[in-house]
Design a binder for this molecule. Structure first.
Ligand code: NIG
Ligand code: FE
Length: 399
């Protein structure tokens, strides 16, 4: 488009399959029951077939909507003071989670529902079309169940994180809490069978460096119990220091192991060997908000690991739902190219949820528009609200 002038070619064009001067045709709802329209055609605009309605995007880049495969959106309360204290040097150890748990238990269903819906809308306004949501601020049978039911009203990609931390009332009987998670909590979630469960995955905060989280044996017990009930596996691992989370996730064929901040060579080898099953999901907003060293994405990609990016939006370690922010950090601080970062926040994060998010014929038209001539602007113009999810059929100012 003449407004943008000459576009620079990016070495990542091949990875992303960039088509210049492209057109994309969106059809009616697909047969998969989601009601999402499907992509019917994609290619050079000069070869596009006729369509009932046409929208010209004015030379803007069209990208797959972001897949945010790691969020904790079901919570009440405020922990901004904890963030401020961290910026003056207080370390993060997971202890603040109990503050969010107390506020979440005290909230009504409607209060929680309103908070979660607003956070999903906020993510969508920044280009996220698919979101995974974890429980983990209830930590009773009833509060975990209602957290997941509320999450399920907004996304099918829900994760049971009863093993987020040991709640204060179980502090001196940790084993009893693991028994509650692996017994009555799972019983309640799966009372009507796997297909009717409000949880698709089980997750655990495996972190020997936090007195509140779970060690390798406890995490294994949680994951094996979830797997026995048919849930997929996700793991919080190696966030605060080296630990067993990554190797456990690879061994148990988890869909994703998330954080991956402190990795040994053996961890990287295990992730590379597991690349067909287990994705390493990096969450750089967490390192930003906890003033921690960033994970080394370059080392992982060069070793052949499947690397995803997600927000981890949560009240403690990163209260940002912005995937463009995560992409900018990944490019600036973690050695990813802009193309690798976009790929990680769409195709690879999607894969960790069993989704194919390529802009290809037959795939759902989950689209986002960048207010710029290429995806490079996502990190080049960091902090500018440049991308939004595109509602097919809805005409918006400017496009
Ligand atoms: O992914 N690491 C554990 N859980 C969240 C933080 C939760 C909180 O502090 O509220 C995370 O970083
Ligand atoms: Fe998390």
């Amino acid at each position: 488009d003449p407004v943008w002038g000459e576009q620079h070619t990016d070495p990542g064009d091949r990875l992303l399959g960039v088509i210049r001067d492209a057109a994309l045709v969106v059809g009616g709802p697909g047969p998969d029951g989601t009601g999402l329209p499907l992509i019917e055609w994609v290619g050079p605009a000069s070869e596009a077939p006729d369509a009932d309605q046409r929208r010209h995007l004015g030379g803007r880049a069209l990208i797959p909507g972001f897949v945010d495969s790691h969020t904790h959106l079901v919570f009440a309360g405020d922990r901004s003071a904890e963030f401020a204290a961290r910026m003056t040097g207080r370390p993060y150890d997971g202890g603040g989670i109990a503050v969010s748990v107390a506020a979440t238990r005290a909230a009504t269903d409607d209060e929680l529902r309103t908070l979660v819906a607003a956070r999903v809308a906020e993510a969508r306004a920044q280009g996220t079309t698919t979101v995974e949501i974890k429980s983990g601020y209830g930590l009773t049978v009833e509060d975990e169940l209602r957290s997941l039911r509320i999450a399920r009203e907004l996304t099918p990609h829900t994760t049971f994180l009863g093993a987020h931390v040991v709640p204060p009332e179980y502090a001196d009987r940790r084993g009893d809490y693991v028994d509650l998670v692996t017994g009555p909590m799972l019983d309640a979630l799966l009372a009507d069978g796997r297909d009717a469960s409000p949880a698709a995955y089980i997750d655990v905060f495996c972190e020997p460096h936090s007195p509140h989280a779970f060690d390798g044996d406890e995490a294994r017990a949680v994951l094996e119990a979830g797997r026995a009930r048919g849930l997929g596996l996700r793991v919080h691992g190696n966030q605060l220091g080296p630990g067993p989370g990554v190797q456990l996730a690879c061994e148990l064929r988890a869909a994703s192991v998330d954080h991956c901040t402190y990795l040994s060579d053996a961890d990287v080898d295990a992730l590379a060997a597991a690349r067909g099953t287990t994705v390493a999901t990096l969450l750089p907003g967490v390192e930003f908000s906890t003033r921690s060293p960033y994970p080394d994405a370059r080392r992982l990609i060069d070793a052949g690991v499947a690397v995803a990016l997600a927000s981890d939006c949560n009240p403690g370690t990163c209260y940002s739902s912005s995937i463009p922010f995560a992409i900018a950090l990944a490019v600036r601080e973690m050695g990813m190219t802009p193309a690798e970062a976009l790929h990680a926040a769409t195709a690879v994060s999607g894969r960790s949820l069993g989704l194919d998010r390529r802009l290809a014929v037959g795939e759902p038209a989950e689209l986002a528009v960048v207010d710029g001539p290429s995806h490079l602007h996502l990190s080049y113009r960091a902090g500018v609200p440049l991308v939004r999810a595109l509602e097919p059929g809805v005409r918006r100012p400017g496009c």
